[in-house]
Design a protein around this ligand. Structure first.
Ligand code: MN
Ligand code: MN
Length: 296
């Protein structure tokens, strides 16, 4: 079940995401400011004619996912860091979602290989009619074969127009799920870890998504929610995109109201155990009859 009309938009979005991803590889290095990396990536997405699928995620070491810098972030990529860059470009709500990892320690080659090889093995097995459970088995076995762990509670996902996280594609063995069909767009992202293979939500949240309308007397909150719905629809956005140096306090209060009232869905940072390292490679794929087309 899919809409033919979505395919050209997914193809365009994939190309834009791929271009931004490949350009970013030149600027991600120890000492680089994290905010500069995020803003460069987002700038390239716009330059290529896309809109944001979600904020650029720059997740370091045991942070597995969902870190995007606040507007006043002054931090830099540390020496010896394992850095995940995850970005998304949207064309009319169809998102190309892609990620890669760089290891500046020189000590985690196997870890990166585990994630990248798992992704490649899955790509080689994708075809219409395959059960997603088979893909999870490939992920877990490939990663375990490299002597590290798959993160069990992070999954790939189907992508539909204006729905980044559709039906999930678990990356573990022993799961019987749904079947892929020709024309579906899916994102595959097996996470490999030197930790215990589980992520927990951290205290910080920089990424949110519209969840539902609420009634509020707070005019700022009402206006903000209307702006969020118009600009980002049902795709994730960064608090940084809303709270800039002008009127910071006012917008922070409005954001708090929307979050506590459940109008926004929060995506807290996801953490593996202290001292561990996490690698992630991700591509968006279009399922074909006997294989798949790589969109990013
Ligand atoms: Mn991603
Ligand atoms: Mn994804």
């Amino acid at each position: 079940m899919f809409n033919e009309d979505d395919i050209p938009d997914f193809i365009k979005a994939g190309k834009i995401a791929e271009t931004a991803r490949d350009r970013s590889k030149k600027i991600v290095k120890p000492g680089a400011k994290i905010i500069d990396i995020a803003e460069s990536i987002e700038g390239w997405i716009k330059e290529e004619g896309g809109s944001f699928g979600f904020p650029a995620n720059i997740s370091i070491n045991n942070i597995a996912a969902h870190y995007t810098p606040p507007f006043d972030d002054t931090s830099e990529i540390p020496e010896d860091a394992v850095v995940k860059i995850d970005l998304g470009a949207s064309v009319n709500g169809c998102v190309g979602d892609t990620a890669y990892t760089l290891d500046f320690s020189g000590e985690h080659g196997k870890l990166l290989e585990a994630s990248e090889q798992a992704l490649e093995n899955i790509i080689n097995h994708i075809k219409s009619g395959i059960n997603v459970g088979e893909l999870g088995e490939i992920a877990e076995e490939t990663i375990a074969g490299k002597g590290v762990r798959v993160i069990r509670n992070l999954s790939g996902h189907r992508i539909e127009r204006n729905l980044l996280h559709g039906a999930s594609v678990p990356m573990i063995k022993g799961y019987k799920g749904w079947e892929l069909e020709e024309g579906m767009a899916i994102a595959i992202e097996p996470f490999a870890s030197t930790g215990n293979g589980n992520v927990k939500e951290g205290a910080r949240t920089e990424i949110f998504m519209f969840q539902r309308d609420i009634l509020t007397r707070n005019l700022d909150a009402r206006n903000l929610l209307e702006n969020i719905k118009r600009e980002f629809k049902t795709l994730p956005f960064a608090e940084r995109w809303i709270i800039r140096d002008q009127q910071t306090f006012k917008w922070r209060l409005a954001m708090r109201e929307l979050i506590t009232r459940g109008a926004l869905h929060p995506y807290p940072v996801l953490l593996e155990s202290a001292g561990s390292r996490v690698a992630q490679f991700e591509k968006t794929l279009l399922v074909e009859k006997d294989s798949c087309r790589i969109l990013t």
